[in-house]
Design a protein around this ligand. Structure first.
Ligand code: PMP
Length: 284
């Protein structure tokens, strides 16, 4: 059975789904996206993702082609049609197809595409039990990382640099400080204090980040939202990342240096449990 995807109002087998060669997502990376995870066949933190999508579109002066309610229905329909129990729903909206010109076209219809990815074992992953290794690389991305655009070439290069170095991901460094991972927010733990970079245009405002910090505070953990250096990270007791697809993922090595005992730490492990429990309860 081939995967059913959604394109501009239609549910189609993936082989039949087409987008124009003039689509500005293809020509200019003129588009935004969201990734929502699915556990027990239900969407995790859908509202958070829908709100950030609205914000990203607004920053680029784009209109959403669908309402938030319609978007939820499309997500649910795709999950059902593809029989997703654990996995992801990817959503992309671009400014649409228009003759190639740097200026935004006046009357292009936005393109909307959604597809699912089945990921059995997403919640109980081997990586989460072992922890992951990261390397550090310079952050040379553009200055509006708070907008979730599809221009992901540098994060993709960073992921490849990590793989070549025998690691799992890269943390990006700007002015000596960690911004974030290639596709996740970065945290360190010192004693009982969780440190993660403050919000701004330098990082994506992670939907998982917001939920995890809320749960951490509710559990009486100390949270400091401030920049930290890679040296500070290497001497931390623990580290972890968060994203919609990895939830809370322990980091056990930075640039070849083991953290703490070299195994996932208690804070990251506990936060992952709380996050998964609470979000499963609130899933839609
Ligand atoms: N930072 C970047 C650069 C990302 O690409 C992502 C995931 N798309 C995140 C952080 C985490 O965001 P979220 O928790 O909303 O998935």
């Amino acid at each position: 059975m081939s995967r059913i995807v959604y394109v501009n109002g239609e549910y189609l087998p993936e082989e039949e789904a087409k987008v124009s060669v003039f689509d500005r997502g293809f020509l200019f990376a003129d588009g935004v996206y969201e990734v929502t995870s699915v556990l027990d066949g239900k969407l995790i933190d859908f509202d958070g993702h829908a709100k950030r999508l609205e914000r990203s579109l607004g920053e680029l002066e784009m209109e959403s082609p669908v309402t938030a309610e319609a978007l939820l229905e499309i997500h649910r329909e795709l999950v059902a049609r593809n029989g997703i129990d654990e996995g992801l729903v990817y959503l992309q909206i671009t400014r649409g197809a228009a003759d190639r010109d740097f200026a935004y076209p006046e009357a292009a219809e936005p393109t909307i595409v959604l597809f699912t990815q089945a990921k059995p074992g997403l919640a109980d992953s081997a990586a989460s039990r072992k922890g992951i290794k990261v390397i550090s690389i310079p952050d040379i991305r553009w200055g509006r990382r708070d907008i979730k655009t599809v221009q992901l070439l540098y994060p993709s290069m960073g992921k490849m640099a990590a793989k070549k170095a025998g690691a799992d991901d890269a943390w990006m460094i700007e002015d000596g400080e960690v911004t974030e991972g290639t596709s996740n927010n970065a945290y360190i733990v010192k004693g009982r204090t969780i440190v993660t970079r403050h919000l701004g245009t330098e990082i994506l405002h992670g939907i998982t980040r917001a939920a995890v910090l809320r749960f951490a505070r509710e559990a009486q953990m100390e949270v400091e939202e401030r920049a930290f250096t890679i040296e500070e990270a290497k001497s931390a007791d623990e580290a972890f990342i968060t994203s919609a697809s990895s939830f809370v993922m322990p980091v056990v090595e930075i640039d070849g240096q083991s953290l703490g005992t070299g195994a996932p730490g208690p804070v990251a492990t506990r936060l992952r449990e709380i996050y998964l429990d609470e979000m499963r309860k609130a899933a839609v």
